[in-house]
Ligand binder design. Structure first.
Ligand code: UT7
Length: 315
């Protein structure tokens, strides 16, 4: 497949580190050196599905396709207000889609997992045009009393439209299932028969374990995938790395021994927007006019699961 349109949409409320320190025992001096984050967009009166539909409409407009041309839609999302129907159906209704609407919850690498599915279906001859939307509101998952998590995240949506083409050079997916590293639980409706104890717990994260996993998984996968694609680091124009933490991105950069200018970044004013992160970064880089036909983009993302993924794409 080939990406022919990108779009993104952000909540209007911008929360700076200084605003957080008004109600949390934290500071810009702590947050910036450890994460690279200065501010983040946070949902206030918006609905996530409206941001998602807006990002999708921008990607469709850029692609030149109509909603009726899309024959497969995947939404990547971790948490939203609806347990059912899937967020893809809610967004699909807003857009007027009539194709299959599919949801995946593959955490931060969700965009690459979605790419893998559309590419496999395309290779099987089952679609020509696909829409992927990554829509996330992690600000509603964390406790805003927990300074170790809530400062890290921001909300938003990103989208891509793909059509026939052979620009996806390779995809590498990886899992190390360990549900105690990043997790959140909510209580379901009670029944007369539930005897087990149930608790609702906001997002929990073993930050240092996740940091190690992220750097190790990303560098291993990127090197393996480039070699599988018959490429070297010299062929790479940009590394589109999941914007989780500037220190994670710096460690990956150092390990790969690649220069700063190959790593577009928006972590400073977005924070970690889970699976939306790579698609927002792609759209912003694209709209700045930085991408040229033939550029090689390496995507790398990692997160809850633990899951990670890498993809090599020719622009
Ligand atoms: O999509 C993947 C998502 N995951 C990530 O990106 C997370 C990866 N991990 C990290 O980025 C880092 O582990 C963090 C930035 C989350 C934390 O940095 P750290 O250097 O690993 O700090 P720590 O958790 O070990 O905490 C050190 C101290 C603690 O205080 P004490 O116990 O030493 O007194 C924390 O309570 O820093 C304290 N602390 C804070 N202080 C001020 C934790 N968060 C904050 C905060 N402001 N926001």
């Amino acid at each position: 497949m080939r990406i022919i349109g990108t779009g993104s949409s952000l909540p209007k409320k911008v929360v700076t580190n200084d605003m957080l320190s008004e109600f949390l025992d934290t500071s810009d001096e702590w947050i910036v050196p450890r994460t690279g984050i200065r501010s983040r967009h946070v949902i206030s009166d918006e609905e996530l599905e409206d941001l998602a539909a807006d990002a999708a409409a921008k990607a469709l407009a850029a692609s030149g396709l109509k909603t009726s041309d899309i024959d497969y839609f995947i939404c990547s999302n971790v948490v939203n207000e609806y347990l059912t129907p899937g967020l893809s159906c809610i967004i699909g209704y807003k857009l007027g889609l009539t194709c299959p609407c599919v949801d995946i919850n593959c955490a931060c690498p969700g965009f690459i997992y979605a790419l893998d599915i559309v590419e496999a279906r395309w290779k099987a001859g089952k679609l020509h045009n696909a829409l992927i939307v990554c829509a996330e509101e992690p600000s509603r998952m964390t406790s805003w009393q927990d300074r170790s998590t809530c400062v890290l995240f921001g909300d938003g949506a990103g989208a891509v439209v793909l059509t026939d083409g052979d620009n996806i050079r390779g995809i590498n997916l990886h899992a190390e299932p360990s549900p105690d590293k990043i997790w959140q639980k909510r209580i379901l409706e009670p029944t007369p028969y539930i005897t087990k104890e149930e608790v609702s717990v906001p997002l929990q994260m073993k930050g240092r374990d996740v940091f190690r996993f992220a750097v190790n998984a990303s560098t291993t996968q990127v090197e393996a995938l480039l070699s599988e694609c018959g490429m070297t680091k010299d062929d790479v124009t940009y590394y589109m790395v999941h914007q989780a933490n500037a220190r994670i991105i710096d460690s990956i950069k150092q390990y790969l021994a690649e220069p700063e200018e190959k790593f577009p970044s928006n972590i400073a004013d977005h924070g970690n927007s889970s699976s939306a992160s790579c698609t927002i970064l792609l759209d912003e880089t694209n709209r700045k006019g930085l991408l040229k036909k033939g550029d090689i983009l390496v995507f790398s993302a990692f997160g809850a699961g633990l899951l990670s993924a890498a993809a090599v794409l020719e622009w």
